[in-house]
Ligand binder design. Structure first.
Ligand SMILES: Cc1cc2nc3c(=O)[nH]c(=O)nc-3n(C[C@H](O)[C@H](O)[C@H](O)COP(=O)(O)OP(=O)(O)OC[C@H]3O[C@@H](n4cnc5c(N)ncnc54)[C@H](O)[C@@H]3O)c2cc1C
Length: 475
């Protein structure tokens, strides 16, 4: 409870999706809220995102005739994560995700009841491995979502301090009593830690998500600069429980990519992914929820093989996947290029006969809108791509190495319960401490869910953290 010396009821640490949702909802409860943001502007990774939001049983789904329930969403979520997450927490998340989305809509976010074929067209899209469509794409993407929450915070008189990195929690007599920022103690009975992930801190990545380093020199980070893992430092101050170790989201990319695909561009539709055996092993357009795992499960290197027509047809204007970009990589000897598939196979160190047979099988089916082995025709249709991609047959041929190398978000953080209360190592709530988003762990598991798992987690659990922090402080 607030005591006479407290100027604030709730302090929120970090102003991305989770923090803004926490601040707005705490203020809606009547709390006096102070929000610290370490960077010059609010938004964090949430601002950089597509804003894609996964939720089940929503008005948008109903309007499009998609039958869905919280229970079904929960079942899918747990199954895809092999039940390695705590069911009670995930059930709370699934139950509150739909209402959190409706809340955003009530605050001004536009999510039209329209079919979307990608993560950028406003509406409802299918992420690729879902039983029903759950990917809600807002107009103006993550930027739009952040703007809506910022406006709500302003309306509710949330005090925002930019450019100020909270350095520690105030922890006295077994409870959190505020924070320290710029060497100054700011007292409050409840604190919500919403500092995002740790992708920008190589030492923390090494410790909590070492798998990312398998990408070697190809590794690049697209998470916001403020993703420095301060929540993990706070955890050690309060004997907090840390969970989600070893998990995060790596997207598969070409070895030469350095940017998120909006800037990097996209590989050609007419391509076949082959493994070290020279065989196809996946739907080339499989959802990013599962594609990194499929690639990592291959015993050796993985390649995207395409022909000259596909290279020439790449759109211009992107940073990496352009006709000139691929030609330059080939000229530099980094991308194998050859006049025949047999010669290409030699450069790739794969069996030539297998590669020839793989491409022949692909050509016999995909250009006719069929994929009996990997069902890619379904993904192409859902993505609004060419349902009958060109055959692969015009030399020279190219083979581009693919690997999960784009680090998007990290999942290790302060363990939370279904009320977004942070837990200590004995499993009891740390009095006065709440956490959400990437900083509050337990909802994001080994497998990304959706389209839209991480933004939904940030806003949904952030909203709960703010509401419960306000109640803890003022009741
Ligand atoms: C390019 C990109 C695209 C993505 N697209 C999607 C998508 O479409 N859908 C989806 O579900 N997920 C997506 N993600 C992931 C998703 O955006 C994030 O997981 C989610 O938004 C994280 O929200 P957050 O509030 O936890 O963290 P953030 O939004 O990163 O906010 C954390 C904030 O805390 C601040 N901060 C950190 N430490 C301190 C401190 N000590 N004191 C004060 N402030 C601090 C940071 O500067 C930052 O502003 C994407 C991520 C990226 C990078």
């Amino acid at each position: 409870m607030t005591d006479a010396h407290d100027e604030w009821d709730v302090v929120v640490v970090g102003g991305g999706g989770a923090g803004l949702a926490a601040a707005a909802s705490a203020a809606e409860e009547g709390a006096r809220v102070l929000l610290f943001e370490s960077e010059r502007e609010l938004g964090g990774s949430t601002r950089l995102s597509a804003g894609l939001f996964t939720a089940g049983g929503t008005a948008v789904q109903r309007a499009l005739g998609v039958e869905d329930t919280v229970e079904r969403f929960f079942q899918h979520y747990m199954d895809l994560n092999h039940w390695q997450l705590k069911p009670g927490l995930v059930r709370a998340f699934c139950a509150h995700a739909g209402p959190a989305l409706e809340w955003l809509v009530s605050l001004g976010l536009d999510v039209p009841a329209a079919v979307s074929t990608d993560a950028h067209t406003p509406g409802l899209c299918q992420a690729g491995v879902e039983d029903v469509w759950r990917g809600h794409v807002p107009r103006d993407q993550g930027y739009g979502l952040v703007e809506v929450l910022e406006r709500a915070c302003r309306r509710h008189k949330v005090e925002t301090v930019l450019n100020t990195r909270v350095e520690a929690l105030l922890y006295e007599d077994g409870r959190v009593r505020g924070v320290v920022a710029d060497g100054i103690e700011v007292r409050a009975p409840a604190v919500a830690v919403t500092t995002g992930g740790f992708a920008q801190d190589p030492a923390l990545v090494e410790r909590y998500y070492p798998r990312a380093h398998r990408a070697g020199e190809s590794l690049f980070v697209v998470a916001a600069p403020g993703s420095r893992g301060d929540h993990l430092r706070f955890a050690s101050q309060v004997d907090g429980s840390v969970t989600g170790e070893g998990w995060g989201l790596m997207l598969p990319t070409a070895y030469f990519q350095r940017y998120h695909h909006w800037q990097s561009g996209f590989p050609p539709a007419s391509r076949v992914h082959v493994n070290a055996a020279g065989r196809r092993f996946m739907d080339e357009d499989a959802s990013y929820a599962v594609s990194s795992g499929i690639i990592e499960a291959q015993p050796g290197p993985v390649w995207a093989v395409f022909d000259e027509r596909a290279r020439r047809g790449l759109p211009v204007g992107y940073a990496d996947w352009t006709p000139e970009g691929v030609a330059a990589e080939a000229a530099a000897g980094r991308t194998p290029r050859a006049e025949s598939l047999d010669a290409l196979a030699v450069s790739m160190h794969v069996p030539a006969e297998a590669l020839r047979a793989t491409v022949a099988r692909w050509n016999a089916e995909l250009p006719h809108g069929r994929d009996s082995e990997f069902l890619r025709h379904r993904t192409l249709a859902n993505k609004g791509g060419p349902t009958e991609p060109d055959p692969i047959g015009e030399p020279p041929y190219y083979a581009v190495r693919l690997l999960p190398a784009e680090l998007v978000c990290t999942h290790a953080g302060l363990e939370i319960d279904g009320d977004a209360a942070a837990l200590d190592r004995g499993g009891a709530p740390v009095p006065g401490l709440f956490a959400a988003g990437e900083a509050g762990a337990g909802v994001l598991g080994e497998r990304y869910i959706g389209g839209g798992n991480a933004v939904a987690n940030a806003v949904t659990m952030g909203r709960l953290a703010g509401r419960n922090a306000a109640r803890a402080a003022t009741h």
